[in-house]
Design a binder for this molecule. Structure first.
Ligand SMILES: [Zn+2]
Length: 252
């Protein structure tokens, strides 16, 4: 009898130690990029000549970004801050204006972080180039001066898709196609993107084509529920680190 108890105890101990769901291992054993990216910061003035960006806020945004990427040993610091005096760039209305501002201010081989009052779609109000970290002159992140969406756009910059990405086909709730559809990542639940109002909650009767109800995670940085953003998943970290480490050239 004693041996039976011992066997049961050891089985429980083993499963609680080694047999955990990978999610419970959280961010242990992730690749370590060991890199600080020195970011060029460009801040647009408004029509009365104010940047509306106190240095204290900039520091707190960089701290938040450093916290979000610490699991893969990536950090950010700013190497230069300049001011965009032409206040028309405080409201970037379309891709042409994105091209205009970046053609004037973009520094090659750096992450370029632009702060404007508005950029493109007012509901999302942020912009970046997908996988920009692997492109010498397209590492462009534009966010409002509140910093809303910064981690989301950095996620795109390091190669992540939206959790509701549809260009590879819709991911099923049961995730049987998670590697080839949706965001191509298997530890983020299928997300139907219930916009356009992008609430800070997920209440939906939507079902996928199998008839299963969506149970998404609005806190993932790559969802469009910006007010709830607070984490990247383990696989998202792996993809971001791999994209940078496998890139043929490196940002400074
Ligand atoms: Zn996005």
């Amino acid at each position: 009898m004693k041996n039976i108890f011992l066997t049961i105890f050891c089985t429980i101990l083993w499963s609680s130690t080694f047999g955990q769901d990978p999610l419970y291992l959280k961010n242990k054993n992730l690749p370590c990029v060991e890199r600080t990216f020195f970011v060029y910061v460009h801040i647009a003035m408004d029509s009365v000549g104010d940047t509306n960006m106190p240095l204290q806020r900039l520091d707190s945004l960089f701290k938040a970004a450093n916290d979000a990427f610490a699991s893969i040993c990536i950090s950010f610091d700013y190497c230069k801050i300049d001011t965009i005096v032409d206040y028309s760039f405080d409201d970037i209305k379309d891709d042409i204006e994105v091209g205009l501002v970046t053609s004037r201010f973009q520094k090659k081989r750096r992450i370029n972080l632009y702060f404007t009052d508005k950029v493109l779609d007012e509901r999302v109000n942020s912009f970046s180039v997908h996988n920009g970290i692997t492109k010498s002159d397209e590492c462009i992140v534009i966010v409002p001066k509140s910093g809303k969406g910064l981690m989301h756009e950095l996620g795109h910059t390091f190669g992540l898709y939206h959790t509701f990405e549809a260009k590879f086909g819709l991911e099923f709730v049961n995730q049987s196609n998670c590697a080839t559809a949706g965001d191509l990542i298997c530890d983020t639940p299928a997300d139907p993107n219930i916009g356009p109002n992008i609430p800070c909650e997920f209440i939906s009767n939507l079902k996928d084509s199998n008839g299963d109800y969506y149970k998404t995670e609005i806190g993932n940085y790559m969802s469009h529920h910006f007010c709830a953003h607070c984490f990247f998943s383990r696989e998202q970290y792996e993809v971001m680190a791999k994209n940078y480490l496998n890139s043929t050239f490196k940002m400074w």
